[in-house]
Design a protein around this ligand. Structure first.
Ligand SMILES: NC(=O)C1=CN([C@@H]2O[C@H](COP(=O)(O)OP(=O)(O)OC[C@H]3O[C@@H](n4cnc5c(N)ncnc54)[C@H](O)[C@@H]3O)[C@@H](O)[C@H]2O)C=CC1
Ligand SMILES: N[C@@H](CCC(=O)N[C@@H](CSC=O)C(=O)NCC(=O)O)C(=O)O
Ligand SMILES: [Zn+2]
Ligand SMILES: [Zn+2]
Length: 369
């Protein structure tokens, strides 16, 4: 079938809206009509050329929501008409990782997903006979996409797809990082570096967990108001701190953060996030994605003296099992989501959405088809 998609032909080039060919779903695959998708910083990171797994030409996008249009052979858990959120971390429920009870990182299709392919090693997208790569197994910057059954979370019918698309990445990652990965407890002091959708949802998760101090750190003062609405108690702009940021934060938090979250993707900030943690027990959770070839460093003494560095993908959430509950939280008013949507625009304006994110003027732009 012919579909409308935003195609990324090469790193750092504007996306082009094109009519693209999409093959129907093969065994274990599902054709999804994407109703809305938002732009996450990770899409911008891959488009920048910094992603070692970045492949071009590709159809990017991984924060979407839609309706099942057709199911391929052997698909059992979904039917046409079902509302779904595509999952860049699938949940097969059979692999060693899924059965471990220790991680959400299902590896059933990770290899082919990283190669921009469906699980059988081929692509469903092409244009003018040229193959296009899938992206993160989701490719939501297209009005129709093919996604493996194990990478679709079925959600309730009354959920507004133009809102809950954010649960496909930013909201879930931030809240999950706090609840699943860090396991923040009542009274903990939390420091959050980077107040984009991910960091703001760390703040929201910390508030839900009963954190005491929730310190937000961002070089963009425009993020202060919404962060405060979500539960931030103190705002720190590193540009306004005299002297080193780390001792300033350690002082502010009476000895250091119980938990610090890096939600930027900057390896220098990742070091600051570890070193502002409390001696003896503070844990730093890496959420941000750093560019190809970049590495983190610190004095081993920071770890010897009881600080921990850990990381999280998709907030440690098992998508098929847990996303319906996160959608319920939104529908029941337990979590805020609408405030993250700073712009709604047609897919034709997708390049504007990327520009607004880079300029710090958008938290999430939602694109409709
Ligand atoms: N681990 C995971 O599963 C996921 C990781 N990510 C990653 O999380 C990061 C954040 O994503 P978004 O919230 O979408 O990004 P965003 O671009 O909306 O937000 C980043 C924020 O960091 C701030 N910032 C930039 N440099 C800074 C600095 N030196 N000090 C303090 N603040 C600074 C910016 O002003 C902005 O407010 C990205 O690296 C993204 O790739 C995103 C989703 C899932
Ligand atoms: N491709 C990159 C790594 C990108 C990355 O870490 N992705 C996160 C999700 S970011 C979402 O916005 C993730 O889920 N990682 C786990 C995984 O298996 O990819 C690289 O190669 O460095
Ligand atoms: Zn994302
Ligand atoms: Zn699995």
């Amino acid at each position: 079938m012919k579909v409308k998609a935003a195609v990324a032909h090469a790193p750092q080039q504007r996306l082009t809206i094109e009519q693209v060919d999409l093959e129907g779903p093969k065994a274990g695959e599902v054709l999804v009509e994407i109703k809305a998708t938002s732009v996450c910083h990770t899409d911008a990171y891959t488009l920048s050329g910094a992603d070692p797994e970045g492949l071009f030409p590709a159809i990017l996008g991984h924060e979407g929501a839609g309706i099942v249009a057709e199911v391929g052979p052997e698909v059992k858990s979904l039917k046409p008409g079902d509302r779904v959120i595509p999952l860049y971390v699938p949940e097969c429920r059979h692999c060693k990782f899924c059965l471990s009870g220790r991680t959400n990182l299902c590896q059933a299709i990770r290899k082919t997903q990283g190669q921009g392919m469906m699980p059988d090693g081929t692509s469903r997208f092409s244009v003018g006979g040229t193959r296009l790569y899938h992206y993160m197994g989701t490719s939501t910057f297209s009005n129709y996409t093919v996604v493996p059954e194990i990478a679709l979370a079925k959600i309730r019918e009354d959920a507004p797809l133009d809102k809950v698309c954010l649960i496909g990445c930013g909201v879930t990652t931030g809240i999950g990082a706090v609840i699943n990965t860090a396991k923040v407890r009542v009274g903990d002091n939390v420091v959050v570096f980077g107040l984009g959708a991910v960091g703001l949802n760390v703040i929201q998760g910390a508030r839900l967990s009963g954190a005491n101090m929730i310190v937000g750190v961002d070089i963009n003062p425009g993020k202060k108001a919404i962060a405060e609405k979500l539960g931030m108690t103190h705002f720190v702009n590193p540009k306004e701190v005299e002297g080193d940021l780390v001792p300033y934060l350690v002082d502010l938090t009476d000895g250091g953060a119980d938990y610090a979250f890096e939600c930027i993707g900057n390896v220098n900030v990742m070091r600051q996030a570890l070193e502002c943690c409390h001696k003896g027990w503070g844990t730093c959770v890496i959420v941000g994605v750093a560019g190809a070839g970049e590495e983190i460093s610190t004095r081993p003494f920071q770890l010897v003296t009881g600080r921990t560095w850990k990381g999280t993908a998709f907030g440690g959430v098992k998508g098929r099992t847990e996303l319906p509950k996160i959608v319920d939280w939104y529908m029941d008013g337990k979590i805020i989501l609408d405030d993250f949507i700073t712009q709604v625009m047609p897919i034709e304006e997708i390049n504007t959405a990327f520009e607004l994110m880079e300029e710090g003027k958008a938290i999430r732009s939602v694109l409709t088809f």
